[in-house]
Ligand binder design. Structure first.
Ligand SMILES: Cc1ncc(COP(=O)(O)O)c(C=O)c1O
Length: 458
């Protein structure tokens, strides 16, 4: 994308909106006219522009994925160069970007994660992982966390734990089971850290035993549970989970679709806890969203198993697309060369501090949490009872729900943030190139909108 573009005349713009209304089935929650989702015609870095000429500050990296900022030169140039060479090869043929990216991922992911299966999205990368763990272990059950999100196809949705995404499509895929996420603000076991002894991690062991370890193939989770409102587990959680998986010979899949590629202040989130998954899932920021890309990266034991069998009966027409892999390679190199995770760690601390300051000044903020540049603010009616600041009636129109009002109000003032699907939380996830000055600007708008929502709902 380029920078600011010439606005589109209102009559032409009206035509686009009417055509969109007639011909598009939009994803997730569709809001009919007169609500206007911005029609974007340009952007650069942390800013984007709509067709009416309005500027927005992107505190969501579009959808947690444009992590190097809109139009990152290195990624765009790599894709342009590749278009001039080979832009597609049959999925079983080789192309150079596919080989180079797989090799680069093996070099930088650590442990013995050495072999990658490429796809087009986080969902597809998880789907591949589910097939891999079933074939490799000969078992079929997968355990995951309530309120987590792993994608929107049948198996990834079944692994996901967001009730509103699941119920319209039930019955789901058999073999997927859930345990409560590590949520210290709303502990499912009614306990308090550290006296809890990490009951939530130990519950994985109980669940494996209840099911019979010989039936469980894998545990999957995102290291920082983003859909549940950016739950950052206590330091013991991931080492304990790793240990439990090892004890019962169960594979650990870490879904770093959001948490990977620098977002948490390290290149990969699992580096915070010195553990390695058996399968690492990357997507979103992996290609800076320039061209869709997903990666299922497996350890040597699993890789050898498939090498010996000489088959993995799975694939997509666009597995290992030359343009996606060229984008991925350029993006990965940019994260490292430009010290992007380091900026995420530094500015992330600054943003977290700012949010804690806002929390102190506002009675509707129950909790603030985050790691690097993935952060969340949880809103309550009362800090003592922790009653969520949510619409009581499930039929309440979207516009009248506090979190939608808050994010719509921010957007109106030119700031993009995102409510969670469940609960009363706003997620904040700017591009990792963001500056402290832009954080200041964004937080001014955010705080003003919090005051407006408090006035209406408290
Ligand atoms: C943790 C996690 N896993 C998987 C996915 C699915 O990725 P995609 O939308 O690229 O299919 C998402 C999407 O938001 C995600 O947040």
């Amino acid at each position: 994308m380029s920078g600011k573009m010439k606005p589109i005349p209102e009559a032409e713009l009206k035509g686009y909106y009417e055509d969109a209304e007639k011909h598009l089935l939009k994803p997730w929650l569709t809001r009919p006219l007169p609500h206007r989702d911005p029609l974007i015609i340009g952007g650069k870095g942390a800013r984007f522009y709509d067709a009416a000429g309005k500027e927005y500050l992107d505190f969501l990296s579009q959808l947690f994925n444009v992590s190097l900022g809109i139009g990152n030169r290195k990624v765009v140039e790599a894709v342009k160069e590749q278009v001039g060479k080979v832009n597609y090869t049959k999925n079983t043929f080789l192309n150079i970007p596919k080989i180079l990216l797989a090799k680069r991922l093996a070099e930088i992911t650590g442990g013995d994660l050495t072999r990658t299966f490429f796809s087009n999205s986080g969902t597809e990368a998880n789907e591949a992982a589910f097939k891999i763990v079933r074939i490799y272990t000969g078992r079929f059950k997968v355990i995951s966390l309530w309120n987590a999100y792993h994608g929107s196809t049948y198996a990834s949705m079944s692994a996901g734990g967001v009730t509103s995404n699941r119920t319209p499509f039930e019955p789901l895929v058999p073999g997927f089971f859930h345990i409560p996420p590590p949520n210290c603000y709303r502990c499912a076991f009614g306990m308090k850290y550290p006296d809890c002894g990490m009951r939530c991690a130990k519950f994985l062991e109980d669940t494996i035993k209840f099911h019979g370890p010989e039936t469980v193939a894998a545990f999957i989770a995102d290291p920082v549970v983003v859909a549940a409102g950016v739950l950052v587990p206590p330091k013991e959680y991931w080492p304990m989970i790793r240990e439990i998986c090892d004890k019962y010979d169960i594979l650990l899949i870490l879904d770093e679709v959001i948490a990977g590629c620098g977002r948490t202040g390290k290149m990969f989130a699992h580096e915070h806890w010195n553990i390695y998954p058996d399968i690492l899932i990357l997507a979103k920021g992996l290609s800076n969203a320039c061209v869709p890309l997903g990666a299922t990266i497996m350890n040597e034991k699993i890789a050898d198993f498939f090498q010996e069998r000489k088959t993995f009966m799975h694939g997509f027409t666009y597995s290992g697309h030359a343009l996606s892999c060229a984008a991925g390679l350029a993006a990965i190199n940019a994260y490292i060369e430009d010290k992007i995770p380091e900026n995420a760690a530094k500015v992330g601390e600054y943003l977290l501090d700012k949010l804690r300051g806002i929390q102190d000044r506002h009675k509707s903020i129950g909790d603030v949490r985050g790691l690097g540049l993935i952060e969340s603010v949880e809103f309550v009616k009362d800090k003592t009872t922790k009653e969520p600041l949510a619409a009581k009636d499930p039929e309440t129109p979207l516009e009248e729900r506090p979190m939608v009002m808050l994010s719509d109000g921010c957007l109106e003032e030119g700031l993009l943030v995102m409510p969670t699907m469940a609960g009363s939380m706003i997620r904040i996830s700017p591009p990792l190139i963001i500056t402290e000055e832009d954080v200041d600007k964004a937080m001014e708008i955010f705080e003003r909108q919090i005051a407006r929502v408090e006035k209406k709902f408290l």
